[in-house]
Design a protein around this ligand. Structure first.
Ligand code: AMP
Length: 189
């Protein structure tokens, strides 16, 4: 099973990825996690990526594509994988297509977890108020910016995979178990 997971911050992407990893015995491949591990290990890629990530910009396609290519060859990806945080650009999606063709692999589905921006913000504010932590309006401003960035990045990718008949959009605002069931049904359809 080879999947891509798309979804805005706070929509439960990580939770659903874990459920899919268990259900299909596949590996989660998160480029953000791999890059953070490279930074912690002070590898040349990590040192290069750190400056860019600290600025909040995207790491170059060459670096990220290289990281993914290396992981696709790893033993734990033989049964399949779920890509999380990659691709983020059309150039990355095209590079992924080429990698998969080279390896004789095919994507099974691209899952887009859809969420209502106002509801996501409401949940974060509620959580902030309950924990008595940071000011809720600070959180709201940051989250709204991340949601705009996400939708700008995701829109072309959603179109790219819809054109290829791979896109499965699911409503991420339902309870976790229900979302998981809908995702599995969409994959198995
Ligand atoms: P994430 O954990 O997915 O939010 O990623 C954290 C940071 O890692 C991003 O802000 C980017 O700087 C970098 N990153 C992760 N995945 C990618 C990607 N596919 N393309 C470019 N940069 C990425």
């Amino acid at each position: 099973m080879r999947l891509i997971l798309l979804g805005p911050p706070g929509a439960g992407k990580g939770t659903q990825a874990k459920i899919l990893v268990e259900a299909y015995g596949i590996s989660q491949l998160s480029t953000g996690d791999i890059l953070r591990a490279a930074i912690a290990a002070r590898t040349p890629i990590g040192l290069e990526a750190k400056v860019v990530m600290d600025r909040g910009d995207l790491v170059s396609d060459i670096v990220v594509n290289g990281v993914v290519l290396e992981r696709l060859d790893a033993e734990d990806c033989k049964t399949g994988f779920i890509l999380d945080g990659f691709p983020r650009t059309i150039a990355q999606a095209e590079a992924l297509d080429r990698m998969l063709i080279d390896k004789g692999m095919k994507l099974d589905a691209v899952i887009e977890i859809r969420a209502n921006d106002d509801e996501l913000v409401r949940r974060v504010i509620q959580r902030a108020q309950e924990s008595g932590g940071a000011r809720a309006d600070d959180n709201e401003e940051v989250l709204r910016k991340r949601l705009v960035v996400y939708s700008e990045q995701a829109a072309p990718l959603v179109a790219y995979y819809a054109e290829r008949g791979l896109l499965r959009a699911v409503d991420g605002m339902a309870p976790v178990d229900e979302v998981a069931a809908v995702i599995k049904a969409a994959i198995d359809q």
